[in-house]
Design a protein around this ligand. Structure first.
Ligand code: ATP
Ligand code: ATP
Ligand code: MG
Ligand code: MG
Length: 291
């Protein structure tokens, strides 16, 4: 097709590749969710339905994009780690950021009624998205530690703040004033002595945030026919060396053999609420940082 005289404007579009061989960390965050949560009557300090909806949309994203190896969510934000070797959209920054943000947003809206059956959406929510490039494993571990520490700090503050308001009868201004200058141990003390709340026994979802990882599915018990066909495919026929190497049948059976032996284990995305800061999480899942 002949180019039009207008085509030159395309040259203004510059490539935006992300450095090869680096971890890509994609984070999205709800736009003005302070308002969105108020207009949709989210329970304070933590609306479980809203958190589960975020988790579901994030799981949808991970199922759609196999190169995402880990995700972490809290409040109105989610972080996704793409493996170092990913060639998703040729590592074009705006393509990755825009498609992932838009896919998450539509999944959030798509699944809204499952979590809020009695509360119609008042207006369309939106999320911002960004990618940060990290060179090594240390920074990736510290990134997730940073987000989980943030979850803890915010949740301890919010839990104490809302206990003062909802159970202690303070106004929001008074509650902010009560908490001004307090340390973590003071908030634990207020929660326990005034409201009989043992912070460490609260739902780990609120204290630790949500982690999404891929786990291998247990091997299904093979059906009898599959076993029979695998045996048939792996048995070396006595005449094999006499057959021409180019025989389509022989090529086909070799392919089948390979598939039977090297079938990739099926994985599924699982939701956990655990410590991501200490070594245990990472040493139990060495694959996250290798690829
Ligand atoms: P910005 O557009 O700059 O991100 P924001 O209003 O979204 O502004 P954030 O710092 O992202 O501000 O905070 C999100 C706010 O959304 C929280 O402070 C909280 O009030 C509310 N929120 C999000 N998720 C929940 C939830 N599950 N339960 C209760 N409140 C929530
Ligand atoms: P990419 O993800 O790279 O954008 P794409 O498949 O979306 O790939 P586009 O170049 O964006 O490719 O083209 C969009 C295609 O969608 C068109 O070629 C056309 O086939 C189809 N399409 C979009 N809108 C309409 C429409 N209103 N009616 C019929 N077909 C449409
Ligand atoms: Mg926000
Ligand atoms: Mg936020």
């Amino acid at each position: 097709m002949a180019n039009s005289k207008y085509e030159y404007v395309k040259n203004f579009e510059l490539p935006d590749p992300l450095l090869p061989g680096t971890f890509l960390l994609f984070r999205l965050d709800g736009h003005s969710f302070h308002r969105f949560s108020a207009e949709h009557n989210f329970e304070k300090p933590n609306d479980v339905r809203a958190l589960q909806l975020m988790d579901h949309a994030a799981r949808d994203v991970m199922e759609e994009y196999p190169d995402i190896v880990l995700a972490f969510g809290e409040s109105d934000e989610y972080s996704f780690l793409l493996k170092k070797s990913t060639s998703l959209y040729n590592r074009r920054q705006s393509k990755i950021v825009s498609t992932l943000t838009s896919y998450f947003t539509s999944c959030y809206v798509f699944r809204w009624a499952t979590y809020f059956p009695d509360k119609p959406l008042e207006y369309p929510p939106s999320f911002d998205g960004r990618i940060v490039v990290y060179p090594g494993e240390r920074e990736i571990r510290d990134y997730f530690a940073w987000r989980q520490a943030d979850t803890h700090i915010n949740n301890l503050y919010n839990t104490t703040f809302w206990a003062l308001v909802q159970q202690g009868g303070q106004t929001t201004t008074e509650a902010h004033a009560t908490l001004r200058g307090t340390y973590s141990k003071d908030k634990h003390e207020i929660l326990f002595s005034r409201f009989k709340i043992n912070y460490n026994q609260l739902d780990p979802r609120f204290r630790k945030g949500t982690i999404l990882v891929r786990e291998e599915e247990p091997e299904p018990t093979p059906a009898i026919e599959q076993v029979a066909s695998a045996i048939e495919n792996t048995a070396t026929p006595s005449s094999e060396c006499e057959q021409p190497a180019t025989s389509p049948d022989s090529a086909k059976s070799k392919k089948q053999k390979k598939r039977a032996v090297k079938a990739k284990p099926r994985t599924r995305v699982v939701v956990i609420h655990t410590d991501i800061i200490r070594d245990e999480f990472w040493s139990a899942r060495p694959n996250i940082l290798v690829e």
